[in-house]
Design a protein around this ligand. Structure first.
Ligand code: DGL
Length: 275
């Protein structure tokens, strides 16, 4: 394949559901010439309560699907899959694969002044301690306090972002975080930026909220540039975004249209168990 065709190939982005849209959105913003193929595993969400083996198997299937779409790089826009499956799948596939945990850890290390960082995420992400390990590899002096907030994902998936039960869930999970004197807190699940305003209001302005999405988009940009495969846009007038899910395409499309800065016209269903 000639290099111009390679550059025009899309970036594969995946998550268990709608959360990865927060990362896809940032990639579209920072890398406007790149085409994106998004996969949301809506039939099997949530990942956060599942075992490592299952999360690896799901990730492998999705990567095989994205490989069929001829993606030139993959972003695992899911902290749970980044924490539990990234190392395994990186060794298996001949496509560059990035996760969100290392970029998120780097952003938090840069943000904290008192060297106390909070991390909120799914049960699986918190259990893996991948944020703590990566942050302390970057700066061993940083103290990390992790907290699982398992109800946040279903609340977001069900469209309850503005509902009072979401306020109650935020209070239930984050009250203890307020007493820890952290000055930075990572949204360690890609669904959580969709609750960002409410979370920020609850924890107050003294805690800087860290969303790994920006840092991830920057890491992707660097990878594409280093490998000489960034899209220069010579072969197209505007970027193409394609959306695939494993179930409930209409519901996903409506949600995507409420959060993406462009129209999401069609979402296709994929039988991911076939991959
Ligand atoms: N949005 C994902 C994450 O970043 C997965 C949430 C879930 O499916 O439990 O962890």
């Amino acid at each position: 394949m000639d290099i111009e065709s390679k550059k025009a190939e899309p970036i594969g982005v995946f998550d268990s559901g709608v959360g990865g849209l927060t990362v896809a959105c940032e990639i579209a913003r920072q890398l406007p010439k790149e085409n994106i193929v998004y996969f949301g595993d809506t039939a099997r969400v949530p990942y956060g309560s599942k075992s490592k083996d299952t999360i690896i198997r799901f990730s492998e299937q999705i990567i095989r699907f994205l490989a069929k779409k001829h993606v030139k790089a993959i972003v695992i826009a899911c902290n749970t899959a980044s924490a539990l499956a990234l190392e395994t799948v990186r060794d298996q596939f001949d496509i560059p694969i990035l996760g969100v945990v290392i970029p998120g850890a780097r952003a938090a290390v840069a943000a904290t002044k008192n060297l106390k960082v909070g991390v909120i995420g799914t049960e699986a992400t918190v259990r893996s301690k991948m944020y703590t390990k990566n942050i302390q590899k970057m700066n061993p002096k940083v103290e990390v306090i992790e907290k699982a907030c398992p109800l946040f994902v279903p609340l977001v998936e069900e469209g309850f972002r503005e509902h009072h039960i979401t306020d109650e869930a935020i209070h239930y999970y984050l009250e203890s975080m307020k007493d820890t004197r952290i000055d930075a807190m990572i949204l360690g699940c890609t669904h959580y930026p969709l609750l960002r305003t409410k979370i920020q209001q609850y924890v107050g302005e003294n805690i800087q909220i860290v969303n790994p999405a920006y840092e991830t988009a920057m890491e992707l940009k660097e990878l594409l540039t280093c490998q000489g495969i960034a899209n220069t846009g010579k072969e197209q007038s505007c970027s193409k975004y394609e959306f695939y899910v494993s179930d409930a395409a209409e519901k996903f499309r409506d949600f995507a249209n409420s959060v993406m800065p462009f129209d999401v016209p069609k979402t296709n269903i994929v039988n991911i168990e076939e991959y």
